[in-house]
Design a protein around this ligand. Structure first.
Ligand code: ZN
Length: 370
């Protein structure tokens, strides 16, 4: 499901400072979501690129270290709004091996959050991953107030903290295959946001380079996806106003921030990939929590360094939900067991609470076809 091409890494450079800025958008309220959030004012994020080519920061380069405690502080805002950020930001902690520590406003911090009209900032936005370190104000929530619905708090806060963990917009996933009705989209964003065609190209149509990006299979349910009305695509495909972490969001963040390796994993003693080194066939490296071995044709992914975070094969894996759409490779828990979707159905990988996964053949996942 996740694809990493290490062979391309030597070519991967030249992404520059990423800045995610979100602006008000009131037009997506015609979306088909029945829930209350769809009826409230929605906002979409835009990316602003500082095209300083000399600063070669790639999407991969902005990830935190797995296991890192990321310090977060508030620059202003009521205790109520601050409590909402604390409440929803930590949803990522359930799936990623990172920890947010909220510190006092006079402490040093990695992520620095403003609300309302702080510093005359507009919209909702966050710098990407460790780029937050370089900013005195790295994340912003303009429109929150005491009447903001909880679902909207969740949608925006989880999304912005996704950026702060290094995640890009899902519609710009290298393998996103959205059939944009481009002239309609240009007209829409010109009318509602005042965007030029170049800005629409940048914020909607441009996809990230596969070589510089860790990415999952395209996931239309991702919290990092823009809502897309059906009339914006040539095939009538639409994307709703996603307000919570999808199954792929959870599995992907667990992949790039894998659990601790204190159990003695297969990556022990293997050095992290270094683009300045020369490797021979048979050499092994670790990269973003996975073990790779050089072959004549490139790099083989030998799997996650630690597939058993916290000593439990089910740690960080969400319960099966029949309303979700799953892709091959996705894992779920179900009735106390861990399952992984294959091309032929769900494989039972063993009981939760154990520390090693063993494939049991011919397992049947009874509710899959319901
Ligand atoms: Zn965004």
């Amino acid at each position: 499901m996740k694809k990493l091409n290490l062979a391309k890494l030597v070519l991967a450079t030249s992404l520059s400072v990423l800045f995610f800025n979100c602006e008000k958008d009131s037009e997506f309220t015609a979306e088909t979501n029945q829930d209350a959030i769809a009826k409230s004012t929605a906002h979409v994020c835009i990316e602003k690129w500082n095209t300083n080519e000399s600063k070669a920061a790639s999407v991969k380069d902005v990830q935190w270290q797995p296991g890192q405690t990321i310090r977060v502080k508030f620059l202003n805002g009521s205790s109520y709004l601050q409590s909402k950020v604390k409440q929803y930001a930590v949803q990522w902690e359930d799936h990623a091996n990172i920890k947010f520590e909220f510190v006092s406003s006079n402490s040093s911090a990695n992520i620095k959050i403003g609300f309302g009209n702080y510093n005359n900032a507009k919209g909702y936005w966050s710098y990407l991953g460790t780029d937050s370190n370089n900013q005195s104000h790295s994340m912003h929530y303009e429109y929150f107030n005491n009447n903001t619905p909880d679902e909207e708090f969740r949608r925006v806060i989880v999304h912005e903290f996704g950026h702060a963990l290094g995640l890009i917009h899902e519609h710009q996933n290298p393998v996103a295959g959205i059939n944009w009705n481009k002239e309609v989209v240009y007209e829409y964003y010109q009318r509602t946001q005042g965007w030029t065609r170049a800005q629409v190209d940048n914020n909607l149509f441009r996809r990230y380079e596969a070589s510089t990006t860790n990415y999952s299979a395209y996931d239309r349910l991702s919290i990092m996806h823009y809502p897309i009305p059906a009339e914006h695509t040539t095939d009538g495909v639409s994307v709703g106003n996603n307000t919570q972490l999808s199954t792929t969001d959870k599995s992907f963040i667990a992949r790039i921030y894998p659990g601790s390796t204190t159990g003695g994993g297969k990556c022990d003693g293997v050095a992290e990939y270094n683009s300045n080194d020369t490797y021979s066939v048979g050499d092994k490296v670790t990269y973003r929590g996975n073990l790779y071995q050089k072959t004549a044709n490139g790099w083989d992914n030998l799997g996650a360094c630690d597939s058993t975070p916290n000593g439990d094969i089910c740690a960080g894996v969400a319960e099966y939900n029949r309303n979700n759409t799953y892709s091959v490779g996705n894992k779920v828990t179900y009735q106390g067991n861990l399952y992984q979707l294959t091309a032929n159905g769900w494989n039972n990988l063993g009981a939760c609470g154990t520390s090693s996964a063993t494939t049991k053949s011919n397992a049947v996942f009874p509710t899959l076809n319901n």
